[in-house]
Design a protein around this ligand. Structure first.
Ligand code: ATP
Length: 315
């Protein structure tokens, strides 16, 4: 069954026309999201595109100027208390008490939620997130990856049905990111729905589906493979001696909508395949090898971002 055919009860998020302005800037512009329960969704987009603002509206923390819908079946306009009780929200700048230990931080959060059987809940959370051995360590002395793990523990403590994680792995090393994603997939396998915002392409590929927002406009949502297939983008790759100089020559040429360097390869992408082929034919040179490849997700995002720029969001 496709997501559009999903019954409302099977949707964790079902919102239409979500819109929010700050002053004269429309930062979220009529966004529709239908996210099935039990999935891991990635939320991507350039800085300042409205991801955090959207997440806060979905959680019932921020009232939209227009739009309606539900999160976990609760009305985002009228039932924010129920949503807050069933959603674990990890903010971009998770705050914890540096002078308290991991355990004390979690006990504090357990008190805020007025949880029953606090000790058992904290013990279980420490254990499942692999924090037991460090439970006495002061939070202020933890490395970035362990701090994120503590943040995840804090937002899962009240046994939510859904997690909304706002750039949880920003600034943590690759191993810690991998460990964090193992935890997300473990939680998902236990039935948790997860919406996670990220700037990392490899993390996008770990999600069941992604939504891409640029300058307040939702540009795409679906499986990574489908988003690439439906992008209408073509990519040629040049490798060899002199590709760096080639980059400057190709920029702005007809057919080359985007020119970017990945590793040692130059990716030249555009929506007009014939124009692109003509461009490639005109730039054959000794030492440079061209090949056509499926665009990668980053090629597609840059393309979508360019399409959105024309669409002014100022009110
Ligand atoms: N409370 C606020 N008052 C005024 N402007 C705000 C407020 N919150 C967000 N903005 C602005 O709204 C826009 C969208 O911000 P938002 O944080 O939602 O984007 P984002 O996609 O999460 O960005 P990033 O990837 O950098 O975290 C930005 O221009 C931001 O400065």
């Amino acid at each position: 069954m496709s997501d559009t055919e999903c019954a409302p009860k099977d949707l964790a998020i079902d919102v239409r026309g979500l819109t929010k302005s700050f002053g004269k800037l429309k930062v979220v512009n009529s966004v529709d999201i239908r996210m099935p329960r039990g999935q891991v969704w990635g939320f991507l987009g350039p800085n300042g595109s409205g991801k955090t603002t959207t997440i806060r509206m979905l959680c019932g923390l921020l009232k939209p100027d227009a739009g309606e819908g539900t999160c976990l079946g609760f009305d985002i306009l009228k039932e924010s208390r129920e949503i807050k009780n069933q959603v674990g929200y990890m903010t971009q700048k998770f705050s914890y008490w540096e002078d308290l230990s991991i355990r004390e931080n979690l006990e504090f959060v357990a008190n805020l939620y007025d949880l029953k059987k606090k000790k058992q809940v904290v013990d279980k959370t420490l254990e499942t997130l692999g924090l037991s051995s460090r439970q006495k360590q002061l939070a202020g002395t933890l490395s970035g990856g362990w701090k994120q793990r503590l943040a995840l523990a804090a937002c899962t403590l009240h046994n939510p049905k859904m997690l909304m994680l706002d750039e949880p792995t920003a600034g943590v090393d690759p191993q810690a990111r991998r460990d964090f994603w193992d935890q997300i997939h473990r939680l998902s396998s236990e039935g948790m729905t997860v919406l996670v915002s990220t700037h990392y392409m490899d993390e996008a590929e770990r999600c069941d589906q992604i939504a891409y927002i640029a300058y307040g406009n939702l540009m795409a949502q679906g499986r990574v493979e489908d988003i690439i297939d439906q992008s209408g983008l073509y990519t040629f790759i040049a490798e060899g001696v002199g590709v760096r100089e080639l980059m400057e020559r190709l920029r702005g040429q007809p057919g080359a909508d985007h020119v970017a360097y990945f590793g040692n390869a130059l990716h030249v992408s555009g929506g007009d395949l014939d124009a692109l082929k003509r461009l490639v034919a005109a730039h054959q040179a000794a030492g440079i090898k061209w090949r056509q490849e499926r665009p990668n997700l980053e090629d597609v995002f840059i393309h979508l971002m360019g399409q959105s720029k024309d669409n002014s969001v100022a009110v």
